[in-house]
Design a protein. Sequence first.
Length: 288
Amino acid sequence: MVVTYTEWSFKICLSLLYTIVYKLSEAIFCRLWSRKGDWIFSSNLFMIISELTAQRQRMRILMWMAVLVFAATAGSAQDKPVVVVELFTSQGCSSCPPADALLDRLSSRNNVLALSLHVDYWDYIGWKDKFASPAHTARQQAYARAAGRRSVYTPQMIINGLDDVAGTAPMDVADMIDRHSRRQPVVELALRQSPNKVRVEVKPLRKIGPSVLQVAYISTHEVVEIKRGENAGRKLQYTNVVKRIDRLRKWSGAGPLTVEIALKQHEQAVLLIQQEGHGAIHSAVLLR
């Protein structure tokens, strides 16, 4: 289980609030109950009430401090940009299952948007990948050309459209995600969902240049029994399998933009805002 910074902050503040309430209740009990178990109704009652009032004021200040601490930590966590991890994989690749499992773990992180793109260039060795698409292969090759690389491979992870890491190197992947998570957001997104569509307002926080809005339609969980090829006899699980990526429209990146994206019932999709020419992914969000 992955615990985020915000979740830890909430637990700390909840613990603090519990302590405050407990201490206040304890003080009231001790002040109003004598050692003999008799209720105190004496000339000291006024002094006790005054002392409890002062203590209540101190507790109120502590409670507000706890709320402010939680609000500050929650805001800082939400301000962190989402890191998009694209895994190029294949059911016919014997090296890919560990990377597929790693992608599944990454998908549980709040600051990671993990996508599984199955390529078709291993289909000839005995098992045709049911999720493979020539479009995914073309996307991987386009990333290679944009970065000046001469070849592609599986399992390969592309981080935010910029950096490539072997999917079999979890520590390198973690380091790259951490590096990208520290960057400043360049695009602000606001979503308004309805049953059949999602309205997205896009606002640049600085000039980012020509970009492309893309919608990736995904299946969140798939299980496949492999009967032939390098992974024959294995039952493999896949997370956020990309079925297709549609190019929604171009965007200059110079000013605000509003788009509406139609979605069928129970259809799940991701919006990607990417520099034109398979460059950096500026922002991404799960539409539903």
